[in-house]
Design a protein around this ligand. Structure first.
Ligand SMILES: *Cc1c(COP(=O)(O)O)cnc(C)c1O
Length: 395
């Protein structure tokens, strides 16, 4: 074969549904020397990550770790550890990620009760209560807090309490919310909550933060059958993360653990409330700019995610060629729609390090430029002006 050229990826501004731009401090942490995965110094680093994750998740759960693998590994770990064949799980499906949870429930041999909601809407607590009352004993209720395929944010108030009243555990996907919008595992009374590194934590993909409540751990301990996955079996992984035990299960991805430690240091240095306010401020400015381009939000009013802005493509515009030009000519990645929203929406992520004024202004200018080139009647500069007005009003 011909020699492969030196790796030199083009610079891209990652404003899609993930991965998000990685903080330079995280990249630096990743170039530091490896330790062995049982080295006492590395075990200290793992302890740091556990403490940082508890703070970010808003939990005191002792079982708070980072699963090796991307967000989907966190999803699978949460479900395969809690479910056994014959159990019943209610899954709220209002987008791609809810559908994936439903798929995993089926693979576990559990009975699936699917609560479907139109994409962009959130699931009513009353519907979940109704399903809990009519579905026989329910082991797990699963919801996506931040549905990245639609830009909707599921309200969590009262849901954990409701599940527990009916003897069920609550599993929550916070892949696109952790570090971007408030996640309160203990206040929600959630039992299994997972996330990913490459969304609002601004770290490369590769780890899935996961926390289980003591109640969930009791259920895992009382399993009658072995966990369907060897790799994700948390009863074994727990022995690696447990202080004092540190039993080998699989080799931790050392460099990724360095990365998440630095990413979480940045999150906690900024402070969670300040970070959430920043995500809201930049999302509001972006949406103000997009409104001038005739792009209406896809998600239900009052439930829009600041970390993932999903907007409808103006009528008569072919979305894919514009998105491709924004990538190749403007150097900015934005996302298209998935499933029933394919061809109909754009998804603009303002996650973690990527949530900034310069990025908002850059993506608005790129959209204006490409829409105008495509023959749309665009007043150049109007979207940026609307964004700047939004910033001025926010003070
Ligand atoms: C991105 C995402 C996932 C999957 O994460 P991967 O890192 O792609 O495996 C799961 N749930 C939600 C809500 C996501 O946005």
């Amino acid at each position: 074969m011909a020699p492969v050229s030196e790796l030199n990826p083009p610079a891209r501004l990652l404003l899609g549904p993930g991965p998000s731009p990685v903080h330079p401090r995280v990249l630096r942490a990743m170039s530091t020397p490896l330790l062995g995965h049982l080295d006492p110094d590395f075990l200290g680093i793992m302890n740091d990550v556990q403490a940082q994750l508890r703070e970010a998740f808003g939990t005191k759960n002792p079982f708070t770790i980072a699963i090796s693998g991307t967000g989907s590994a966190g999803m699978e770990a949460a479900l395969v550890n809690l479910l056994e064949p014959g159990d019943t799980a209610i899954v709220c499906v209002a987008g791609v990620f809810g559908s994936r949870m439903a798929d995993i429930v089926g693979r576990c041999g559990a009975k699936l009760v699917k609560l479907e909601t139109p994409w962009g809407q959130v699931t009513d607590l009353a519907r979940i209560e109704e399903a809990l009352k009519t579905s026989g004993p329910v082991k797990v209720v699963a919801v996506v807090h931040a549905e990245t395929s639609t830009g909707a944010q599921q309200p969590m108030e009262g849901l954990g309490k409701l599940c527990h009243k009916h003897g069920a555990l609550l599993v929550v996907d916070t892949v696109t919310s952790l570090g971007g919008v408030p996640v309160e595992v203990d206040a929600w009374e959630a039992d299994g909550v997972y996330s990913g590194t490459q969304k609002c934590l601004s770290c490369p993909p590769g780890l899935a933060p996961l926390t289980f409540s003591p109640r969930a751990l009791d259920v895992i301990k009382a399993r009658k059958t072995k966990c369907l996955s060897w790799y994700l079996d948390c009863s074994m992984i727990a022995d690696y993360w447990a202080d004092g035990k540190r039993a080998y299960h699989h080799t931790a991805p050392i460099t990724m653990v360095y990365a998440i430690r630095e990413a979480l240091r940045i999150v906690l240095e900024e402070g969670l409330p300040a970070r959430f306010a920043r995500h809201r401020r930049h999302s509001a400015a972006l949406m103000a700019g997009l409104a001038t381009l005739g792009c209406a939000p896809q998600a239900q009013e009052g439930h829009r995610l600041p970390s993932l802005n999903c907007i409808q493509v103006p009528a008569g515009v072919e979305e894919a060629p514009i998105r491709k030009k924004i990538l190749l000519e403007n150097g900015i990645e934005i996302g298209g729609g998935l499933g029933p929203l394919a061809g109909k929406v754009w998804r603009i992520g303002l996650m973690g390090y990527g949530s900034s004024q310069e990025n908002v202004l850059a993506v608005l200018a790129a959209l204006e430029q490409q829409l105008q080139k495509a023959g749309r009647p665009v007043k150049l500069g109007a979207a940026g002006a609307a964004a700047l007005t939004s910033y001025a009003a926010a003070g």
